[in-house]
Design a protein around this ligand. Structure first.
Ligand SMILES: Cc1cc2nc3c(=O)[nH]c(=O)nc-3n(C[C@H](O)[C@H](O)[C@H](O)COP(=O)(O)OP(=O)(O)OC[C@H]3O[C@@H](n4cnc5c(N)ncnc54)[C@H](O)[C@@H]3O)c2cc1C
Length: 414
């Protein structure tokens, strides 16, 4: 395999790390990344945080310095979309009519921002936030301050962009149908911490509220009509209603797709020599014994690299604990664990959620299945150790800051 051509579709973080993983595993043959965006691979988290606030510039998002690709003989075809995959013939067709032959191919096409599901989504002043260009456009709209933004959706993107807008001195109203922000991701108890954080920072949160229509004058958005009949005036609207996995290529090629491209724990799809990873992939997780599609940076980073090693011929099963983070105002948070197992479970708090300095643990049958640290640092490894140990832990000990993670694991396994 080591001299055969590898093709990676998608020049995001997962695609770039896959190229790196393949080289690290000793692949010497050609590696081509087909990248629809006319940009070298970049990471997205700063696009709703430090790049959006103006605290950082373009260089913070590069996955590798430009010379890395030349040094590693990784060819990046920028601004070219892959349009058709022929798994039987081991060929990939590109939008410029070129055809690439491959020995193994990785689909790392990520996800696209879900657009407003009506023609008003195309109005001037209506934004989504997925690409670098989206972030530049939103930054331009926010950076003068004194604007009125309505964020539709109280997920990570909507709330992070809200924090950035407040940092510029813009007014923000957040509108979302659920009762508590982020409740689906981290439960209501922790979601309330984020709700309070935004209220304290002057955000008007309209929860349990739907949007009836976007209002406009001469092609530019002017407000958001709520299902209560009220119209909230807006100079700009951010539509933050999730992302849709970019499965078009796989669908058309007849691969198995179910909420993402279905892959086994070694990233193999239903087609021979075709693999999938990152936001687009629903990968079997050996610990969960279920498929999991993860839209997080750490998955693109680590699973991307692992998929590259598999392309190069290595045997492995990917079983990392899912991890993600957010930064909003002066709050920093890291989450490790299995959200599906934590769903509906009341967390055990170590520290004070009201003071926004705590660790929350979620347990099933006494075992820690997820943990989140808020403004507490250098504990992610410990949280992951607890999860991996599978040990049954007394919640009172878990809540006690005087008891170290090592003690908890040692006591439980004694
Ligand atoms: C604004 C923002 C902030 C985020 N913040 C965080 C955070 O704080 N923490 C966290 O854990 N995660 C965060 N994420 C999620 C994280 O960025 C994603 O999980 C990660 O980008 C996924 O990487 P990927 O390579 O799978 O997909 P992507 O980054 O989406 O890259 C896929 C690439 O493939 C290209 N492509 C698609 N179709 C084709 C085709 N047919 N041919 C060629 N190329 C194609 C796309 O144009 C895209 O460039 C954030 C995401 C966004 C958008």
């Amino acid at each position: 395999m080591s001299a055969q051509p590898l093709v990676i579709v998608g020049g995001g973080l997962a695609g770039a790390r896959a190229a790196e993983g393949a080289r690290q595993a000793g692949h010497t043959g050609p590696i081509t990344i087909v990248a629809a965006e006319d940009a070298m691979p970049y990471i997205r988290p700063p696009l709703s945080k430090e790049f959006l606030t103006g605290a950082a510039e373009r260089d913070v998002v590069d996955v590798h310095p430009a010379e890395w690709y030349a040094d590693e003989h990784v060819e990046v075809l920028r601004g070219v979309r892959a349009t058709a995959l022929d798994p039987g013939g081991h060929r990939l067709r590109l939008a410029d009519d070129r055809t690439l032959a491959y020995a193994r191919l990785l689909i790392a096409t990520g996800a696209n921002a879900r657009r407003w599901p009506a023609p008003e989504g195309e109005l001037a002043g209506v934004h989504v936030l997925r690409t670098f260009a989206d972030s530049v456009a939103l930054r331009d709209a926010l950076s003068g301050g004194g604007r009125r933004m309505v964020a539709i959706g109280a997920g990570w993107i909507g709330l992070e962009a809200t924090a950035a807008a407040r940092a510029y001195g813009d007014e923000v109203t957040v509108v979302a149908p659920e009762a508590v922000p982020l409740a689906a991701a981290v439960g209501s108890a922790v979601g309330e911490v984020f709700a309070e954080l935004h209220r304290t920072n002057g955000v008007d949160l309209r929860m349990s509220t739907g949007v009836a229509a976007l209002r406009s004058t001469e092609g530019r958005v002017t407000g958001v009509e709520l299902d209560t009949g009220e119209t909230v005036p807006a100079d700009l609207v951010l539509v933050g209603i999730g992302a849709v996995p970019a499965t078009g290529l796989a669908d058309a090629a007849g691969l198995e797709v179910q909420n993402g491209i279905v892959a086994d724990a070694s990233f193999r799809t239903s087609a021979d020599d075709v693999y999938a990873v990152g936001d687009v992939a629903s990968v079997y997780h050996p610990v969960l014994e279920a498929h999991l599609r993860t839209e997080h940076w750490a998955n693109a980073e680590n699973a991307g690299r692992a998929a590259g090693r598999v392309l190069a011929g290595e045997s492995l099963e990917y079983a990392e604990i899912p991890y993600f983070y957010t930064d909003q105002y002066d709050l920093g948070m890291e989450y490790s664990g299995y959200g599906t197992l934590a769903d509906g479970v009341d967390p055990v708090f170590r520290g004070d959620p009201g003071a926004r300095e705590f660790i929350a643990f979620w347990q099933r049958d006494g075992r820690v299945v997820a943990g989140m640290n808020v403004n507490v640092w250098d504990v992610s490894d410990g949280v992951q150790r607890l999860i991996r140990s599978g040990a049954r832990i007394d919640p009172a000990r878990l809540a006690d800051p005087a008891v170290s993670f090592d003690e908890l694991v040692a006591e439980a396994s004694a």
